[in-house]
Design a binder for this molecule. Structure first.
Ligand code: 6GU
Length: 224
């Protein structure tokens, strides 16, 4: 799977995608990420990418021309399954959406800054608008990293058995059960006996019960 990402802060994006599972996915060529610095397409001597908004009001808006030039260049090289704009007013991101997006080949992610991008870029190019939650970030970069990570780990071959995505929270609309490792007793706290019993069937049942109980307690909305 290939991601193209448009940003004015390329360094902010590079680091979260260069460790652990994401780096391994890149090393295995299962995932490629190209980060494109919008500033290189900026206007004039100062490589301007934003401007005052029509109608007045605080905050700058990202201009159409640099963005369009870069998007057109990318579209000449690839077709995209989706052109995604990361924005707090987008569709709320879920595991279901991550699963669906992971079936594609190419995704283009657009990170906004300031007050966002000119509406005409959204109308002209964007096929999907995503928000990662009901709070405001300073820009779309961290949200873009969230998308690449959550989608990248679903690609066949990225995770091994031990890290299988099938047992993740949300993958079956349930939260994950509690997990324990050695030592079996720590500060007087015991690991649940069932987990050291060796009864695979009983352990599986216990985990299902725990997952269900946790979901009831913490996220009853997931069960509706
Ligand atoms: Cl995708 N972008 C920004 N700027 N803020 C957000 C967001 C995205 N999702 C939640 N808050």
């Amino acid at each position: 799977m290939h991601f193209d990402i448009i940003t004015v802060l390329p360094d902010l994006l590079a680091s979260p995608l260069s460790h652990s599972i994401m780096q391994r996915a890149k090393d295995k060529d299962l995932l490629t990420v190209a980060i494109h610095d919008l500033r290189e397409y900026g206007l004039g001597k100062y490589r301007q990418v934003d401007d005052y908004q029509f109608g007045g009001g605080a905050g700058m808006v990202m201009r159409c021309e640099p963005m369009a030039e870069l998007i057109d260049k990318l579209l000449a090289e690839r077709t995209y399954d989706e052109i995604i704009y990361l924005t707090p007013d987008g569709e709320r991101y879920t595991q279901k959406r991550a699963n669906r997006l992971s079936m594609g080949e190419n995704l283009l992610l657009i990170c906004g800054h300031y007050k966002g991008i000119d509406q005409r870029i959204r109308d002209e190019y964007v096929t999907l608008e995503i928000s990662i939650g009901d709070y405001v970030l300073s820009g779309g970069e961290l949200a873009a990293a969230v998308l690449v990570d959550s989608i990248g780990r679903l690609l066949p071959g990225v995770l091994n058995d031990e890290t299988s995505a099938l047992t993740d929270s949300f993958q079956d609309d349930l939260l994950a059960p509690p997990v324990y490792t050695r030592p079996a007793e720590w500060r007087g706290r015991q690991v649940p006996e069932i987990l050291t019993s060796g009864h695979t069937g009983k352990i599986e049942k216990w985990r299902e019960d725990q997952a269900l109980q946790r979901t009831k307690d913490r996220r009853p909305d997931l069960l509706e």
